[in-house]
Design a protein around this ligand. Structure first.
Ligand code: IMP
Length: 186
């Protein structure tokens, strides 16, 4: 078991969520932040992107570290924006996605997160998926990114309306649980 592990990310919102989940789910490893800006490779696979990023993060830090790559995959748009979610969020935002889905009845979507962990002995990956649907309009103030338009399956609130809901169902929560269980068995 490790005593400390670093989350390499330039996104403090991601780190905050992960820290809360770590504190709730394990008492054995403390999560630290490694401020990390990295130009991601282009790929249709979040796993490939995460693996390449964690090589760079470990190269810079030299301590046990993980990165996480997330994509929003919308059924009616054939999986768009997928691995281009960050770029689309910056260019179109949530309102752009809602425009693309105007008049579309099938609102099914999912978040997928892939964590890649590196401790000097190779890379391990852990995935988390959260099924749900795209709301008709933006709702809620908490969270970040696509949270105001994403409703997890079986619920009616968006992630941005309920951070408790998010930390219970999210792709990030699920992938972190996998990582924690791996770390606890090291
Ligand atoms: P990346 O994993 O940092 O590349 O994130 C891809 C895009 O998805 C960015 O625009 C993020 O803001 C967004 N994103 C990542 N995680 C979440 C989340 O948990 N909720 C909503 N949007 C997210």
């Amino acid at each position: 078991m490790l005593e400390e592990i670093y989350f390499a990310t330039g996104n403090l919102n991601k780190f905050k969520e992960a820290k809360e989940i770590f504190e709730k789910e394990t008492s054995e490893a403390a999560l630290e932040h490694f401020e990390f800006r990295h130009r991601e490779i282009r790929s249709d696979s979040i796993e490939e992107i995460a693996k390449e990023s964690v090589e760079a993060a470990y190269g810079g830090l030299g301590k046990p570290v993980f990165v996480e790559d997330t994509g929003l995959f919308i059924d009616a748009l054939n999986g768009f924006p997928g691995t281009y979610s960050a770029w689309v969020q910056a260019k179109l935002g949530c309102s752009g996605i809602l425009k693309l889905l105007e008049g579309v009845e099938d609102r099914k979507a999912k978040f997928e997160a892939c964590i890649a962990f590196h401790n000097g002995n190779g890379i391990k990956t852990f995935k988390g998926v959260c099924e749900g649907r795209i709301a008709e309009n933006e709702r809620g103030e908490s969270g970040f990114g696509y949270d105001p338009i994403f409703i997890p399956k079986g619920e009616s609130s968006t992630f941005a309306e309920s951070i408790e809901l998010k930390n219970k169902y999210s792709h990030r929560y699920k992938s972190l649980l996998e990582l924690i269980s791996y770390l606890e068995n090291l």
